[in-house]
Design a protein around this ligand. Structure first.
Ligand SMILES: Cc1cc2nc3c(=O)[nH]c(=O)nc-3n(C[C@H](O)[C@H](O)[C@H](O)COP(=O)(O)OP(=O)(O)OC[C@H]3O[C@@H](n4cnc5c(N)ncnc54)[C@H](O)[C@@H]3O)c2cc1C
Length: 418
């Protein structure tokens, strides 16, 4: 009997997992990747260490309700056992999951070996410019005029984030051409430009901090972790987590402001990484008490010496303890703008999942089409949520495409944005 054929467009985390899953389910699979090699973005993840999943509570935005349904159907533990079954040893750092060797290249090599063993054909430098089809099959045409046809198609072209590692707005037209709507695209998990920017002499400093985002007197969100000071503003994971809310506040004309609380540099409490309650205590009085104690116990000596990085201590040296405590507990940095998608780690917006079945990732608008990964209007927080969604949705899409699973017709909850 002739094997069912599946075309996967996009050789990133989602597309490669779709390819393995479809081939394991018995399909003849061809992956089309526009770059010279597949998996370029995957190699850059987690600073090359590849934080591929997170066992904590789901933190998704965009159509978070859809993401929740996908994960209810295919939980993260199942992704981990699937990857281990494919031969990838994993390791946990608290809730974050990495390949045991802490190398993204190990994940990519494993997926490529698996595809090879399953005789999947991977065609690189094959940029798909048009895609036509429906229940009788699909034909993709590439920029250099080649055509590829198959019974079913998985679209996994990723998002704009990461600049040269990402796709372009034109690539979203493949889904639009088959009837899907694309919501406005922007960078989430992006650095934030501030006005004024931190002093140039501090640029490049990485500091442990709590960062709060304010609109007037209301604290919209607070995160803790490492902040990177730059000549345009601030970056680092905890800042990037605030980018989506900062952008929304800017769009609403609410003049958002960041305050950086550097008390974790001075006070002994352990620093949690991730979201913190917006009501976490203001540490100004504690910092002030510490400074006064040092002034008393080290007379004639700079009270900041040995407490702070030199460049920062130097900038604060001539100020009184009250002002130093105020600046170190809530250094105000008004938000100018959130850097565009090219600087972001993930794209907010994308194909509306309302047109997609979360159980199969099958299109409700174009039978035989399946969609996966960052292309969809789902974006996760830092910490493995985005790769996890790309891989899970890819596996579901690949399996369903191979089995010709039809989308369920039961109505789904969509549109919940958290
Ligand atoms: C610097 C950086 C670090 C990150 N770190 C992490 C992390 O540690 N943990 C985490 O969870 N997430 C991380 N992310 C996010 C994560 O990498 C992405 O969300 C994830 O890779 C999305 O997978 P995808 O398969 O949907 O898209 P991609 O991985 O982008 O793959 C899409 C593929 O499709 C190809 N393509 C696009 N258009 C076409 C076309 N027309 N024809 C043919 N091929 C096409 C692209 O070239 C690309 O290879 C990071 C992102 C960046 C930029």
């Amino acid at each position: 009997m002739k094997k069912r054929s599946v075309l996967v467009i996009g050789g990133g985390a989602g597309g490669l997992c779709a390819g393995v899953a479809a081939a394991e389910a018995g399909a003849a699979v061809t992956i089309l990747e526009k770059r010279v090699k597949p998996g370029k973005k995957l190699l850059a993840t987690g600073n090359g260490r590849c934080n591929l999943a997170n066992l904590g509570p789901a933190r998704y935005f965009g159509d978070s309700g859809f993401a929740g349904q996908v994960l209810d159907h295919f939980p993260v533990e199942r992704l981990l056992s699937t990857l281990e079954g494919w031969g990838l040893p994993l390791a946990r750092e608290e809730e974050r999951v990495y390949p045991a060797v802490r190398q993204a290249s190990a994940v990519l090599s494993l997926l490529l070996e698996r595809l090879n063993a399953l005789s999947v054909r991977t065609v690189t430098e094959a940029e798909v410019r048009s895609l036509e089809g429906g229940k009788n099959g699909f034909t993709a045409r590439t920029a250099d005029g080649q055509t590829f046809s198959a019974d079913a198609c998985v679209l996994a072209t990723g998002g704009l984030a990461g600049g040269a590692l990402g796709c372009t707005e034109q690539d979203y037209q493949l889904a639009e051409g088959l009837g899907h709507r694309v919501t406005p695209l922007f960078g989430a998990l992006s650095p934030i430009e501030t006005q004024p920017a931190p002093p140039k002499s501090l640029s490049g400093l990485r500091l442990r901090a709590y960062v709060r985002l304010w609109a007037g007197k209301k604290c919209l969100q607070a995160e803790s972790g490492e902040v990177l000071l730059t000549d345009y503003g601030v970056s680092g994971i905890c800042v990037m987590q605030l980018a989506r809310a900062a952008r929304e506040a800017l769009d609403q004309g609410r003049a958002p402001q960041l305050t950086v609380d550097l008390s974790p540099l001075l006070l002994p409490d352990p620093l949690p990484f991730g979201p913190i309650s917006p009501d976490t205590a203001d540490r100004r009085q504690d910092i002030l008490a510490l400074l006064r104690h040092r002034i008393r116990s080290l007379p004639g000596q700079d009270p900041l010496c040995g407490l702070l990085p030199d460049a920062l201590a130097h900038r604060l040296r001539d100020r009184g303890p009250e002002e130093i405590a105020r600046l170190l507990s809530a250094w105000p940095l008004p938000v100018k703008r959130v850097r565009e998608a090219a600087y972001a780690q993930v794209t907010a917006g994308g194909v509306e999942p309302g047109g997609v079945d979360p159980l199969t990732m099958g299109s409700r608008l174009c039978p035989g089409l399946y969609l996966a990964g960052e292309l969809l209007n789902v974006d996760g927080a830092c910490g493995g949520y985005n790769l996890q969604f790309a891989m899970i949705s890819g596996i579901l899409a690949g399996r369903s495409a191979a089995a010709q699973s039809n989308p369920s017709t039961k109505p789904i909850r969509t549109g919940r944005t958290s």
